[in-house]
Design a protein around this ligand. Structure first.
Ligand code: RET
Length: 251
């Protein structure tokens, strides 16, 4: 059958256990963020709801990967770095469901951050456009068997550079104009986001791109990144919002 086919190189039960662990972390975080939302009056919950939607999406995505679903085998060279061996050929498991998750969650993460900065909505749309282009090129590149995949990776990098440019320039200026609270929250979360997001194309290069690390190691690399980029980052953002009112941000 075509559904549920296995790659030569795929996650082991350890990889699966780790994916389910991250699934549980995302699920508990969602409940915690929703619980925190309920302590706020109506109209003061937008950042809690955004953050909960992000971890809820990831929870389902990790359930999928733990079950070894949302994946497809792709022909790959087996790179053996630091060894004089002829690279052999076979298939590697590619989790395309990751990109469906990111397609939903990365625009929400950017909305979370850029609403905090009080950025005008046309700029928010431009940043989200670049972000979606980045995720889709990453997906197409991951599913590409030839060296053209690095062309897609390069397109994605342009998207990432544009996002970071908007954060360090216009968004930072808008945030500081809003005063101390928004300015501090934006700075902390903006710096963390910029640092973390640059590690994703590195993980991609070692996994879907170059097939240098095992799918279990890929699970650990992306898993740690996602836990910091979603629940940890989200908690930090909500903490930054404790002294900010939506009215202050023009919401
Ligand atoms: C890809 C490959 C193409 C080049 C670039 C990428 C960047 C991906 C990023 C993903 C961020 C994901 C997050 C998920 C949720 O926690 C698509 C890997 C630049 C930045 C933050």
């Amino acid at each position: 059958s075509v559904i549920g086919q296995h790659a030569n190189l795929e996650i082991t039960t350890h990889g699966s256990d780790w994916y389910f662990t991250v699934c549980a972390i995302m699920g508990f975080s969602t409940l915690a963020f929703m619980g925190m939302a309920m302590t706020k009056p109506q109209g003061h919950r937008i950042f809690h709801y955004l953050t909960a939607a992000i971890t809820a999406t990831a929870c389902i995505s990790y359930f999928c990967m733990g079950s070894n679903l949302g994946q497809v085998p792709i022909q790959a060279e087996f790179v053996r770095p630091f060894r004089r061996q002829v690279a052999s050929a076979g298939t590697r498991e590619i989790f395309y469901v990751r990109y469906i998750d990111w397609f939903i969650t990365t625009p929400l993460l950017l909305t979370d951050l850029l609403l905090t900065a009080g950025i005008p909505w046309p700029t928010l749309l431009a940043v989200i456009f670049a972000d979606i282009a980045m995720i889709v090129t990453g997906l197409v590149g991951a599913l590409t068997q030839t060296r053209y995949k690095w062309g897609f990776w390069t397109f994605g990098m342009f998207g990432l550079f544009y996002i970071i440019y908007e954060l360090v320039g216009p968004a930072r200026r808008h945030a500081s104009a809003l005063g101390d609270g928004p300015s501090k929250a934006f700075l902390t979360c903006g710096v963390l986001l910029s640092f973390l997001w640059f590690l994703y194309p590195i993980a991609w290069g070692l996994s879907e791109g170059g097939n240098v690390i095992h799918p279990d190691s890929e699970a650990v690399f992306y898993g740690i990144l996602d836990v910091i980029a979603k629940p940890v980052w989200g908690a930090l953002l909500l903490w930054g919002h404790r002294n900010i009112t939506p009215q202050q941000l023009g919401l």
